[in-house]
Design a protein around this ligand. Structure first.
Ligand code: ING
Length: 299
């Protein structure tokens, strides 16, 4: 028997724009309790899990914008998530808007937190690849203004020893860039956790719309296989404030096979037993750097 951990990918359905943290945190805790009942040891939530996907709007009022961010992690409204992790003995990963204060300068990031079974914060990641625009685009039914609301992540691509293996996080658009996966792959990552909010329509390139699901699966399966790691992709799905969002939450094995996926567009647990030792079957054979990678070939 290898290093088996049971992972629950906790897909969320839509979160309304005006929704307060309480009802969303309650939905999340309910999913954590369901995960504990099926003996999961790690629960993974989407990108910006606590709020509606607000980059779809042009928000000029700073006070309203700050409503979508957390000034501390944990904070008073997210503390119940950390308490539930401790009470249930569950690891936890979720995305949130991070408001950071560096020497008096406020900075905003699209971030994700990694929490241990003891309810303590292990670390966090700040999204590097911010798609969309800084300025609202005329004629777009929905905007995509991540460059307007977030700074580029400045923590690199950290990997942590956690849950019996080596764990890293990516956020949404990061998953489309092979370099992001590779920065984790070169650290020997065995489990990559990826929350996302992916619109089904991209007004910048409507010709891509029929391929949204295919390309989502393509990058998750390629990223997992080429870096010999498990990968968990968790959606905020359904029609959120009138914008259809891709569901298709996935758990992908180091072989690149999809071992579990969501069937609905709403709150749903997707569960799989993940043997971290299955990564070794690839890291010690086809992807054995020492045996097959001659550095001089790339000099
Ligand atoms: N969402 C989308 C994603 O990368 C996107 C943005 C969709 C970009 C489709 C390009 C094409 O899945 C986020 N939040 O990054």
């Amino acid at each position: 028997m290898g290093r088996v951990i049971t992972i629950a990918a906790a897909q969320l359905g839509p979160v309304p724009r005006a929704e307060q943290r309480g009802p969303v945190v309650a939905r999340m805790v309910a999913l954590m309790e369901r995960a504990a009942r099926v003996r999961a040891t790690l629960v993974v939530f989407p990108e910006l899990a606590l709020t509606s996907f607000f980059p779809r709007w042009a928000i000029d009022d700073d006070a309203e914008l700050d409503n979508f961010f957390e000034a501390s992690m944990p904070g008073p409204e997210t503390q119940p998530l950390f308490a539930a992790a401790r009470r249930l003995g569950l690891g936890l990963c979720f995305g949130y808007g991070e408001l950071a204060n560096r020497a008096g300068r406020l900075q905003r990031f699209n971030s994700s937190a990694l929490v241990g079974h003891d309810g303590g914060l292990i670390g966090h990641y700040r999204k590097v690849h911010l798609p969309g625009d800084r300025e609202p685009q005329p004629g777009f039914e929905h905007q995509h203004l991540e460059k307007r609301y977030f700074e580029t992540g400045d923590l690199g691509f950290p990997a942590w020893r956690a849950f019996g293996g080596v764990v890293g996080m990516l956020i949404c658009n990061d998953r489309r860039w092979p370099e992001a996966w590779r920065m984790l792959g070169l650290q020997g990552v065995e489990l990559v956790l990826v929350g996302y909010n992916t619109p089904l329509r991209n007004p910048e390139a409507p010709e891509h719309d029929p391929l949204v699901r295919f390309q989502h699966r393509l990058v998750m399966q390629a990223g997992a296989y080429q870096n010999a790691t498990w990968a968990v992709a968790v959606a905020k799905g359904g029609v959120e404030e009138g914008q259809p969002m891709l569901a298709d939450t996935l758990i992908v094995a180091p072989s690149g096979e999809i071992v579990a996926y969501s069937k609905t567009q709403g709150d749903e647990l997707v569960v799989a037993e993940c043997d971290l030792d299955r990564t070794q079957s690839y890291k010690t054979t086809i992807f054995d750097f020492a045996a097959h990678r001659k550095p001089q070939a790339y000099s």
